[in-house]
Write a protein that binds this ligand. Structure first.
Ligand code: ATP
Length: 217
């Protein structure tokens, strides 16, 4: 994380990758400026929020002109550390883990799953795409050797905490947790939790109980 990011609100920081992806597309289609209304329509964030977010980046749109796409893109690339490749490890090569190994994260951002881990002898020693699958016993050694400090967790929930403890001693600083387990970590570790079943259930609940024009999430 860069200095600038520590000063902006977390809700704004969370929207940065979204803005970045859209601006990259605009840039490759040759567009040089964009209005907050256009951005708003494309990323589905209201334009007042966009203007407030962008003011934190020192990007002040001019009336009748909008924002300079190149300026914003350079800013986002630097702020999101896009010039540097972030190496990621994946733990648990089941159905979900396998899908992630096939997914090309590099297409949209500068992160790459560098290695995967499992305990299943049939999987250990093989690879999916160009990602090698190692024995979980070698976790600490491999992560430290390659300087990996971000991990994706796609193991069964009952083992999630013990693997998390191993990730912590392996110098991992960020965990994207796809298991339903709530993880305990020291305060210097950041966990983002994505429970697909809960998200789906919440969507279905909202569809049933709130008319769509009131569902402003
Ligand atoms: P998914 O949950 O992704 O649909 P699945 O149903 O195929 O996967 P799970 O039982 O959820 O399988 O296990 C996911 C993967 O995690 C499997 O490849 C399994 O071998 C692996 N796994 C199980 N326990 C551990 C562990 N302690 N450490 C690392 N990997 C593990």
């Amino acid at each position: 994380m860069t200095q600038e990011l520590t000063k902006i609100p977390q809700a704004t920081a969370k929207r940065l990758p979204l803005y970045y992806r859209f601006l990259k597309n605009l840039h490759s289609s040759g567009k040089q400026r964009v209005s907050s209304a256009e951005l708003s329509e494309a990323v589905k964030v209201d334009s007042a929020t966009i203007r407030r977010d962008f003011s934190y980046f020192g990007a002040l749109g001019k009336k009748g002109y909008g924002y300079n796409v190149n300026y914003l893109l350079t800013f986002f690339r630097k702020t999101l550390d896009q010039d540097e490749l972030t190496k990621v490890a994946l733990i648990g090569v089941g159905n979900l883990g396998t899908a992630f190994l096939h997914y090309n994260f590099l297409k949209n951002n500068n992160t790459k799953i560098e290695m995967a881990f499992d305990i299943d002898d049939d999987k250990i020693g093989s690879s999916i795409g160009d990602v090698p699958i190692y024995n979980l016993n070698d976790l600490e050694e491999k992560l430290k050797e390659a300087g990996v400090n971000v991990a994706i967790l796609t193991v069964p929930a009952p083992v999630a905490q013990s693997i998390t403890d191993q990730l912590v001693v392996s110098n991992v600083k960020g965990i994207l947790n796809f298991t339903p387990a709530r993880l305990n970590v020291p305060s210097h570790i950041r966990v983002h939790h994505i429970d697909l079943a809960v998200e789906l259930q919440s969507l279905v609940y909202f569809l049933k109980h709130y008319p769509t024009d009131e569902t402003d999430l």
